[in-house]
Ligand binder design. Structure first.
Ligand SMILES: [Zn+2]
Ligand SMILES: [Zn+2]
Length: 273
């Protein structure tokens, strides 16, 4: 089983890729299953109806009214060659839980990635969140935000790129060195709730030496009893679909994992590695 469970198309604000090109790229590489996971970031992006009325300074969330029918069409078109699942990547914050809960209740999803891209509507990728804070402090606040969100919100499948803040930090240090307690608490909560984490293979594209999340976090998750795990390229272009899936499966086997996970209507299915 080869499955890429983190892919963006032009329904995400930061991609211009066509759904068909993504499906064809997956088929070309003999991938068995893909899940499209478009961005939704309440607080810093607007749903289409509000966006159209706005001054358009903010970006737009995935256009749900077009996205779900487009996914049905895509699934039907390639059903002989590829299994295609419908997901979203929720960029959640403690201050935006309510609209995400409404969204989840409204649409039929196979899979939800719970990510943390901002805290207090301050973005990491622009450096706004880190500004005026020491690295230990902003990193701790990042993990604390995730911990708080998963206390309050349970309708998700896996945590996306768990140590994302590494990508936007001043210096690279092993995340468990300074933040072991909070990361362990997050992983224990995830396992307790029957949720999972992912390997996000964009680490090489971002020139990070370690995996995302770091190898030691994957190992800790396994040692704590974690079993639910997906691998996703976080592709925003068709060429990156399926990036480093095989290498990631080898890493998981080496740690001791025996299964990778796929999802159907939010229910996990386990496939031998
Ligand atoms: Zn993300
Ligand atoms: Zn993503």
């Amino acid at each position: 089983m080869k499955a890429d469970y983190h892919i963006h198309s032009n329904f995400s604000d930061d991609s211009t890729e066509d759904l068909d090109q993504i499906a064809l790229s997956a088929i070309h590489q003999n991938i068995d299953e893909i899940c499209i996971t478009e961005h939704v970031d309440y607080g810093v992006k607007l749903d289409k109806d509000e966006w159209e009325k706005s001054d358009k300074k903010l970006e737009m969330n995935a256009d749900y009214e077009r996205f779900f029918p487009a996914m049905d069409t895509l699934r039907e078109k390639y059903k002989e060659q590829l299994t295609i699942k419908t997901g979203l990547e929720f960029g959640m914050q403690t201050i935006t839980i309510e609209p995400f809960q409404k969204l989840f209740n409204k649409y039929p999803l196979d899979f939800v990635i719970l990510s943390c891209h901002q805290v207090d509507n301050l973005e990491f990728w622009t450096g706004e969140f880190q500004k005026g804070r020491k690295q230990d402090e902003y990193q701790h606040l990042y993990y604390e935000e995730i911990y708080k969100v998963i206390q309050m919100y349970k309708d998700y499948s896996i945590l996306g790129h768990l140590d994302l803040i590494q990508r936007y930090s001043d210096t690279i240090e092993p995340p468990l060195k300074k933040h072991f307690d909070i990361i362990e608490a997050i992983l224990k909560q995830v396992i307790h709730d029957g949720k999972g984490i992912e390997i996000n293979t964009s680490n090489v594209r971002y020139k990070l030496e370690d995996l995302t999340p770091a190898y030691d976090i994957l190992k800790l998750y396994y040692e704590l009893g974690g079993e639910v795990i997906t691998v996703g390229s976080d592709a925003h272009v068709a060429e990156d679909v399926g990036d480093r899936l095989d290498i990631s499966y080898d890493v998981l086997r080496e740690i001791g994992f025996r299964y990778i996970t796929t999802f159907d209507k939010m229910k996990p299915a386990f496939h031998k590695l």
